[in-house]
Design a protein around this ligand. Structure first.
Ligand SMILES: [Zn+2]
Length: 430
């Protein structure tokens, strides 16, 4: 397996990344292009202000009290999106959330905090548990994804609300695929599309494709039905990404939200990453991420270490240590999921078997799968030395960051709210 000379990504990373002649991946190059002087962030901020004033004018014309919709989970990005639109752009957003039923106590606490601090109206769809069980089981067997309903829900329900309430603007945060692997260029000003929703978020499946499979009913799929073209055109809905207009920096934004609105990360050692503030709102993330490891041989620690390396806060050596420590760990919440989906752990591993990438996994005579390779097993050669970037004074594992990244030497300070302080493998439905 080939790995990026700068970050931790392997060449089988999904979605597809490409390496240039220096052995540096498209995700690293995308990150660099965002820092590039040619991008005039002031000009882009002005464009965003223009969009905001259009939204206000449109809401006034339509007699709407809300200027736009923000799809939220309660995480750090939701906090920042709402804060920016409300406090900096003077908009009155309608918050929309799709409750996927796999919540963590810290996720529920942060969503409640967001509603309280923003004072905004929240519309929530609570997926029926039985339907979540049916969809999750079927998609796990079909494509190895037990959170399909979550991605489909948060990419669809806000559009249903937009049509219903006649609100034309939906504001997303970061264009995630671009940031991780450089799939699209910052010059493209990519907006949300029906195509990207289906291909990236819903793995090529539309809601009607699932009806009748694994006992899934038409009613089960109702929250995942995208509005018709006619309805969308009538409402004139568009979905924009804030990361096209501002110099998106998750760490800086998280620190701002901790200070401004009391967002909180968790304070215990997590099982699949050292990052304490990202993707902490739902338990399924751990199993979802572990599935990625079982399929492709890398997980969340690879993603998080790559981000830190690109920002110059972590060296390649530190990144490799994180991948080694976390990527292969089976999360304890796997037991809960198998129980919820009514399957045994053996059945779970059996389902994943055909999805393993044989370039990275090897099945021994004894039937055990072993990984052939990982970035931490690789030598650091001249290519990697040349690809290093200048180190930032802000270190991932510096004392100032002890509550943001788990570090044995300087563990996080205790939190007085048990929801953030103690890990609980049970998931909360509401
Ligand atoms: Zn890279």
């Amino acid at each position: 397996m080939k790995y990026c000379a700068r970050c931790m990504y392997p060449e089988n990373a999904k979605p597809t990344i490409i390496f240039d002649e220096e052995g540096i991946c498209s995700g690293c190059r995308y990150h660099e292009s965002r820092q590039h002087l040619e991008i005039n962030w002031q000009e882009r901020w002005n464009m965003l202000e223009e969009i905001a004033s259009e939204a206000k004018a449109m809401a006034k014309k339509r007699g709407n009290s809300h200027d736009c919709i923000i799809p939220v989970s309660g995480g750090k990005d939701s906090h920042y999106q709402v804060w920016l639109l409300k406090e900096k752009l003077g908009l009155n957003p309608l918050l929309v959330t799709f409750n996927h039923a796999y919540n963590t106590p810290s996720g529920v606490a942060n969503l409640s905090n967001l509603v309280e601090k923003s004072g905004c109206e929240l519309v929530r769809y609570d997926a029926e548990l039985d339907s979540v069980q049916r969809i999750s089981s079927y998609m796990l067997k079909e494509v190895g994804d037990l959170t399909w309903h979550y991605h489909a829900g948060i990419r669809t329900f806000p559009f249903q609300v937009a049509v219903q309430r006649n609100i034309p603007l939906i504001v997303w945060g970061e264009h995630g695929f671009a940031e991780l692997t450089g799939l699209v260029s910052i010059e493209d000003f990519v907006e949300h599309t029906r195509w990207a929703r289906k291909e990236h978020d819903m793995r090529g499946y539309e809601s009607e494709d699932l009806i009748g499979k694994g006992g899934i009913t038409k009613a089960d799929m109702s929250p995942y039905n995208y509005p018709t073209d006619d309805a969308l055109e009538k409402t004139e809905v568009r979905g924009i990404y804030l990361s096209n207009f501002i110099n998106w920096d998750a760490k800086k934004q998280t620190e701002l939200m901790i200070e401004q609105w009391g967002f909180s990360g968790v304070r215990y050692k997590r099982q699949r990453t050292f990052n304490l503030y990202s993707t902490i709102d739902d338990h399924a993330n751990d199993v979802h991420d572990y599935l990625k490891y079982l399929k492709f041989g890398y997980g969340r620690a690879t993603d998080d270490a790559s981000t830190e390396i690109r920002h110059g806060r972590m060296t390649r050596e530190e990144g490799r240590a994180m991948v080694k420590e976390y990527d292969a760990t089976e999360p304890e919440s796997l037991d809960e999921y198998c129980h919820f989906l009514n399957i045994t752990k053996q059945e779970f591993y059996g389902l994943v078997e055909p999805m393993r990438d044989k370039d990275i996994w090897h099945k021994g005579e004894n039937g055990q799968w072993t990984i052939k390779d990982s970035v931490w097993m690789q030598e650091i050669s001249n290519n990697e030395e040349l690809a290093r970037i200048e180190q930032n004074g802000d270190r991932t594992f510096g004392l100032d960051n002890r509550n943001l990244y788990y570090n044995e030497m300087d563990p996080p300070e205790p939190h007085d709210d048990i929801n953030y302080q103690t890990w609980n493998k049970k998931f909360m439905v509401l």
